[in-house]
Design a protein around this ligand. Structure first.
Ligand code: MN
Length: 193
């Protein structure tokens, strides 16, 4: 069973002006597609030929891990946006953010710093750690918190390909606009799952 590229759950121009159609055409249509193609080309004849992405993330190394994790990470990233989404955390998730970071403002500040200061290519994540606490983590390149037994809730892709067409070198501007298209309903569903 080959992996396939999931369709975006919104139109290419739905996140404008914060994330442009041109960025999505390249980020989803070229980069995400390439990770799908690469992992499909790498797994035949290996122990991962029939593995799930989660099994690849937990056990693979090298190119199979890098491309498989990037398929998971990008699907997780694209699915959390909506043009009509809920723009603030609510309910049990808001309570947990207040509990573990002190306030939503403190959480946002901490997350923004994690995304802005990650050196090179990678991802900033909000996760539930093994103690059930919310935590912000950075991963380099294709890194995924599932590998460390943490449950991801939210992620910001800070590879330059995520923002360079729209923002050039201004990663902080991309992070600022990221919140304007994030749908906290999706994050709440992940938290409750
Ligand atoms: Mn990316």
């Amino acid at each position: 069973m080959a992996f396939t590229l999931p369709e975006l759950p919104y139109a290419m121009d739905a996140l404008e002006p914060f994330i442009s159609a041109r960025t999505l055409e390249f980020h989803h249509g070229k980069h995400h597609q390439a990770y799908v193609n690469n992992v499909n080309n790498l797994i035949p004849g290996t122990p991962f030929e029939h593995a799930t992405l989660e099994e690849i993330i937990l056990k693979a190394d090298g190119g199979i891990f890098n491309n498989g994790a990037q398929v998971f990470n990008h699907t997780f990233y694209f699915e959390q946006f909506s043009p009509f989404g809920c723009r603030e955390p609510l309910g049990a998730l808001k309570d947990a953010l207040d509990r573990d970071f002190g306030s939503i403002a403190a959480f946002t500040d901490h997350f923004n710093k994690a995304a802005a200061t990650l050196f090179g290519s990678g991802w900033a994540w909000l996760v539930v750690n093994i103690d059930g606490k919310l935590e912000i983590v950075q991963t380099s390149n294709a890194g995924c918190p599932l590998r460390d037994g943490k449950k991801p809730l939210l992620t910001c892709d800070v590879w330059e390909h995520a923002y360079y067409l729209d923002k050039q070198n201004l990663r902080p501007k991309y992070i600022e606009d990221f919140w304007k298209v994030l749908d906290w309903k999706v994050i709440s569903l992940r938290f409750g799952a």
